[in-house]
Design a protein. Structure first.
Ligand code: SAH
Length: 340
């Protein structure tokens, strides 16, 4: 049976029309699911009895399950079990502008980035739309917190699960759904060029972040195997076109790895690489993973790297390390739980 959280607003409207109902039923049902957050069809008070019976026949409301959580004052990490027993995770972060949730998009990841805890897990499968939507719903229910921002930076490569991720964005952004503003949603990609091009044409107002992590092909090939398929020249052309089309500023994420990508010369190279783009660079303190081969850059070198970029008039920030003490880096809770 189809899970109702898998249905986009459009699909639900089409469904109601197909069974001879008015399409505004989709507005009503969306409000029950995403605003009043009911757990059964029978709670949908403005839907007539016969229609509730029909909905119960046609749809499941089944949810994924929270099986573990860890909390610090600024971060909460949740582990979920899916109906096929796979496990995924999401991290809730307290920011000065509200609460953001870092959502996973796949079980495992196929991209194999060397610094990332998800790499060794490999990709098991894509998440369905309902499995992404429910990460938000269940964490809001468990924490009592209203999630205002969503980042697709958990386990997985969102653009390797493009259609389900786009439907997820439509649902959480829908005015009858969770109403999370498009500008409060950020997709992070390792740089799948054809999907960036497709995304540029999609007219979604959501933010795009690109995990860059290296200023030249040699280093990026080493850290991120995807670079061999879509090297920096192609990535930059695609991002320039994206900017032309959307006029939306791109974020580059750059994890600082001691003596790997954090020398002054890398900063100068980075400036040269991005200077023609309207972008900003987010320097990220490396969170050491269980089997990680890297060390974090020390604060002094991070400051020096930052200053070189800043002096070149490129917007640059250093990401706060909110979740380091609860293993919040990508994939770490799941890896830890499987090892226990
Ligand atoms: N596949 C997508 C989304 C995964 S999240 C992508 O590549 O963008 C990727 C982000 O997770 C990185 O840009 C970084 O911000 C964060 N990240 C992953 N591993 C990390 C680590 N060991 N330490 C700190 N941040 C990490």
């Amino acid at each position: 049976m189809t899970n109702i959280y898998n249905y986009s607003f459009q699909e639900l409207s089409d469904y109601f029309v197909a069974i001879g109902e008015k399409s505004f039923r989709a507005q009503q049902v969306f409000r029950w699911l995403y605003q009043k957050k009911v757990n059964s069809f029978s709670e949908m008070a403005n839907i007539k009895k016969e229609l509730l019976v029909k909905l119960e026949e046609d749809f499941a409301l089944k949810k994924i399950k929270i099986i573990d959580q860890k909390k610090t004052p600024n971060a909460q990490k949740y582990l979920f079990s899916l109906s096929d027993e796979h496990k995924i995770e999401a991290v809730l972060l307290k920011q000065n502008y509200g609460y953001s949730l870092c959502v996973s998009t796949q079980v495992g990841c196929a991209m194999g980035c060397l610094f990332c805890a998800s790499g060794p897990m490999q990709k098991k499968r894509n998440l369905m739309t309902y499995e992404m939507v429910q990460q938000i719903l269940l964490i809001e229910e468990a924490s009592g917190i209203n999630i205002t921002h969503v980042v697709l930076m958990g386990v997985g490569e969102p653009f390797d699960n493009y259609d389900n991720v786009m439907k997820f964005i439509d649902t959480i952004n829908n005015p009858y759904g969770m109403q999370i503003g498009a500008r409060h949603i950020t997709i992070s990609t390792c740089g799948l060029v054809p999907k960036i091009n497709q995304f540029a044409q999609s007219d979604k107002q959501v933010n795009l972040a690109v995990s860059l992590n290296a200023p030249n092909n040699e280093l990026r090939d080493f850290l991120m195997p995807i670079n061999k398929k879509y090297p920096l020249e192609e990535l930059m052309i695609s991002l320039k076109n994206y900017y032309q089309k959307t006029k939306r500023r791109i974020t580059f994420e750059y994890i600082m790895l001691a003596d790997v990508n954090d020398h002054d010369k890398h900063a100068y190279e980075l400036v040269k690489l991005v200077k023609d783009l309207n972008c900003y660079i987010n320097l990220i303190p490396y969170n050491k993973t269980e089997h990680g081969q890297f060390q974090a850059t020390n604060l002094e070198q991070m400051k020096q790297f930052y200053d070189i970029i800043k002096k070149s008039k490129i917007n640059v920030t250093v990401r706060k390390e909110l979740g380091a003490d609860i293993w919040a880096a990508c994939g770490q809770l799941r890896v830890q739980s499987e090892e226990e």
